[in-house]
Ligand binder design. Structure first.
Ligand SMILES: Cc1cc2nc3c(=O)[nH]c(=O)nc-3n(C[C@H](O)[C@H](O)[C@H](O)COP(=O)(O)OP(=O)(O)OC[C@H]3O[C@@H](n4cnc5c(N)ncnc54)[C@H](O)[C@@H]3O)c2cc1C
Length: 459
């Protein structure tokens, strides 16, 4: 038997979680399909949620992202919006609190879950996907949906249905994959006082809008008291360790707080470049390399990093973090100019504010801030595949150039585009629009604003 749902969201990372919550909130029966047996993707890896504020500190993403952050706070799992005195405001949350909040929010809206069930194939004609087949150890299952929201990170559904996509860079390059982890029992004050005394060891004042010297930024970090900073490979502490082989080449050890109670910090530094993460064989070969890097970084931190002498490895992210795979080429393509100039548009359905952030191999990272610390608008057309009628695409794989994607891939922005796609899908299904282009933009924007999404009035 084929079961029919109004909206099927495929992929349960930041975009998919937001899309499913929003589609159900807008009144559509919603199924969330995820190939892993857990939900949240990198949201539960302990990374700070970026893109919810621009570099000026102004909130640019609300809606589901704000709801989940508030739910973490209710559970005592919110460190706060913290500035790294480099360029970023991060919503620093306890990943365990967020894990609880995500499942509770989906259950509260009545979202049906299909976990551990990858979409293995689909049937489409005339630009419309009319059947999805879920696989898994329990056998196959066929589904119908009015609208499918592709939040797979890889545009896997759109591609299979015939949409145009791009993979990685023009020369076949990919941003590195990484495995992030947490260390507990970190003495943040010892770390921050070391950085205050040695500001050249950290990446600070990376954005002209800050208008302060690295030494002044290090002082601000110390005063704030949160270990949200990047230990730079250009400093002697990390740089010498890389040169002597004690550490692997990396741009920095990016650190952010997850729990003040556990004195816990996320460390993001492991990296393996050139991995095509759409190929499970390549991803499998990456795991032992990244795990060995985790062990080296823990040993380096305990031996050399001030404040980490008594720290222990607390948790490793449930899966390898993927920065770059496939991008949709949709009705509108978000460009680097649109991002860096902070362009606004009448078709806005979400906002971004993260710098263009492209990691390379070794110690290389390209970082270009949004001008003035402002935000940019993402139009509805970035979510619409050119040749498809009942599919929307959100999250990391939205329609964008490689450079623009280096900004729009962060989790706050993924949640904002997920919310827009989920809401649009629900409205199309409920109002009988068989082509997502038929949906009146004004209705979508009005509904998003009513859900708490931020579409107007930001720098
Ligand atoms: C090392 C690293 C550090 C980062 N640092 C930060 C940071 O500090 N802050 C920040 O905000 N962002 C950060 N990012 C970026 C951010 O984490 C990701 O870009 C973002 O989480 C992507 O979300 P998504 O929902 O688009 O995709 P994903 O989280 O990848 O979700 C896609 C989901 O779809 C599922 N899926 C795929 N195919 C199928 C299928 N056929 N059937 C069913 N399910 C399927 C996958 O299992 C997955 O769960 C970082 C990324 C990396 C790798």
């Amino acid at each position: 038997m084929i079961e029919a749902r109004r909206v099927v969201v495929v992929g349960g990372g930041s975009a998919g979680v937001a899309a499913a919550i929003s589609a159900a909130s807008a009144g559509a029966s919603t199924l969330l399909v995820e190939r892993d047996p857990f939900l949240g993707g990198d949201l539960i890896s302990g990374l700070p949620i970026l893109g919810c504020r621009n570099s000026l500190g102004e909130q640019i993403v609300g809606g589901v992202a704000s709801e989940l952050v508030a739910a973490c706070a209710e559970r005592g799992g919110y460190v706060g919006p913290v500035f790294d005195w480099r360029t970023l405001w991060g919503e620093c949350v306890d990943p365990e609190a967020l894990r609880l909040a995500i499942v509770a929010a989906l259950a509260d809206r009545g979202v049906e879950l299909a976990l551990g069930r990858p979409v293995g194939s689909l049937a489409a004609d005339g630009g419309s996907v009319h059947e999805l087949t879920l696989c898994g150890s329990g056998g196959t299952e066929r589904l119908e949906a009015d609208v499918v929201v592709d939040c797979t990170g890889d545009a896997a559904i759109a591609l299979a249905a015939g949409a145009e996509c791009e993979l990685g860079g023009p020369g076949g390059e990919f941003q590195p994959v990484s495995l992030v982890f947490q260390m507990a029992n970190v003495d943040a004050q010892a770390l921050l006082s070391y950085v205050r005394d040695h500001p050249g060891e950290a990446i600070l004042a990376d954005n002209p809008i800050i208008g302060r010297s690295p030494a002044e930024c290090a002082e601000e970090l110390y005063e704030a008291g949160y270990p949200y900073m990047a230990l730079s490979a250009e400093g002697s502490l990390l740089g010498d360790a890389i040169a002597s082989g004690g550490m692997y080449p990396c741009t920095a050890i990016f650190m952010s707080p997850t729990s003040t109670q556990r004195r816990e910090v996320t460390l993001n530094s492991t990296r393996l470049a050139g991995v095509d993460a759409t190929d499970p064989h390549e991803l499998s070969r990456a795991l032992p390399v990244l795990v060995a890097q985790v062990e080296r970084c823990v040993a380096f931190a305990r031996k050399r990093l001030p404040g980490f002498g008594e720290a222990t490895l607390a948790r490793i992210a449930p899966r390898i973090g993927i920065r770059e795979t496939r991008r949709l080429i949709g009705e509108h393509v978000l460009t680097a100019e649109g991002v860096i100039e902070g362009r606004k548009c009448a078709e806005v359905v979400a906002k971004g504010g993260h710098h263009v952030d492209i990691h390379g191999s070794g110690t290389y990272q390209k970082r270009v801030p949004v001008s003035g610390g402002h935000s940019y608008d993402i139009p509805y057309g970035c979510l619409i595949p050119r040749t498809l009628t009942n599919v929307l695409v959100a999250g990391r794989c939205l329609s964008s150039t490689r450079e623009a994607n280096g900004s729009a891939r962060v989790m706050g922005t993924c949640m904002a585009t997920g919310q827009a796609a989920g809401t649009a899908a629900a409205l199309c299904a409920l109002h009988g629009h068989t082509d997502v282009r038929e949906l009146p933009l004004e209705l979508l924007q009005r509904t998003l604003r009513a859900q708490g999404a931020i579409l107007d009035g930001t720098a």
